[in-house]
Design a protein around this ligand. Structure first.
Ligand code: HEM
Length: 267
């Protein structure tokens, strides 16, 4: 669950800020759920873990701790649980009363994006290229579905290590539509540790997603990838700082929004 919880916080913060909007399910007051956006549907996991944490917090301290704060704390604790860094989480976010599926579609990155568009997408959220590369280091844990990397492992012109491509083809059939949901570790070497191995993979052309490999493809971010591949401690401290920055995107404070009673619905 560690990977899924970190991703959940990311996909929350990039769509109208860190306001737990991603947790809202479709209902009379929420006509469209962000969970149905193409980047989230059938892919984002861990909703029930946050709901469970919320219900335990509510039972001892009702109406105080927002779902948005629980997402931020869970992401930090997830990092610690898989040998990643820790950081102090700023608290006080409130929860949205709205969700925006269209914004999820435009503001969450696609694995097909080029480097310039990834940089500008993160820039719009106040995160620079270095933050983007450090945060992408999250792909040192967790899994991706065959549909997200099929093109890369079967396309002869891909910038990919051929043995690595062959290994990945075993679990991901070439026929479009077949085995789309088959999962593969984003980092084959240490899939359950939040370490700097992701960056070592990129230098060996063993990034699983095209959007991973593009960070080391003869362009402006190569030097950052090289730096993190050599220095696990620099990666960890930059990752922690970038997670804090990401967790501060457009929070609802004061009397804006509400403290939800349950995370999947507005009060
Ligand atoms: C740079 C642009 C990014 C793109 C294009 C991207 C794309 C993806 C894709 C396609 C997957 C696989 C989803 C699936 O197949 O179901 C994935 C997984 C994941 N992403 Fe990203 N991602 C990006 C940045 C980030 C950032 C900034 C974070 C966290 C701060 C993050 C955290 C994760 C994690 C932890 C997983 C594994 C989830 C799991 O196993 O449940 N990603 N990402």
């Amino acid at each position: 669950m560690a990977a899924s919880l970190i991703r959940l916080h990311f996909h929350d913060c990039f769509v109208q800020g860190c306001d737990a909007s991603i947790l809202l399910e479709k209902s009379d007051s929420i006509p469209e759920s962000e969970q149905d956006a193409v980047q989230n549907a059938g892919s984002v996991r861990g909703y029930e873990v946050i709901e469970q944490a919320k219900s335990e917090v509510e039972s001892i301290c009702p109406g105080v701790v927002s779902c948005a704060d629980i997402l931020a704390v869970a992401a930090r604790d997830a990092s610690v649980a898989v040998s990643g860094p820790s950081w102090n989480v700023n608290l006080g976010r409130r929860d949205s009363t709205t969700a925006n599926v269209a914004k999820a579609g435009t503001d969450l990155p696609s694995f097909r994006a080029g480097l310039d568009s990834l940089i500008s997408l993160f820039d719009r959220k106040g995160l620079n290229a270095r933050d983007m590369v450090a945060l992408s280091g999250s792909h040192t844990i967790g899994q991706a579905q065959c549909v997200t990397f099929r093109d890369r492992i079967y396309n002869a012109s891909s910038d990919i290590d051929s043995n690595f491509a062959r290994t990945r083809q075993r679990g991901c059939p070439s026929t479009p539509g077949r085995g789309n949901a088959n999962l593969a570790a984003l980092d084959l070497v240490t899939p359950n540790q939040l370490d700097n191995n992701y960056f070592k993979n990129l230098i060996q052309k063993k990034g699983l997603l095209a959007s991973d490999q593009i960070l080391y493809s003869g362009q402006s971010t190569d030097s950052i990838v090289t730096e993190y591949s050599k220095s696990p401690s620099k990666f960890k401290s930059d990752f922690a700082a970038a997670m804090v920055k990401m967790g501060n995107i457009e929070p609802l404070t004061g009397s804006a929004g509400e403290i939800r009673r349950i995370c999947k619905a507005v009060n």
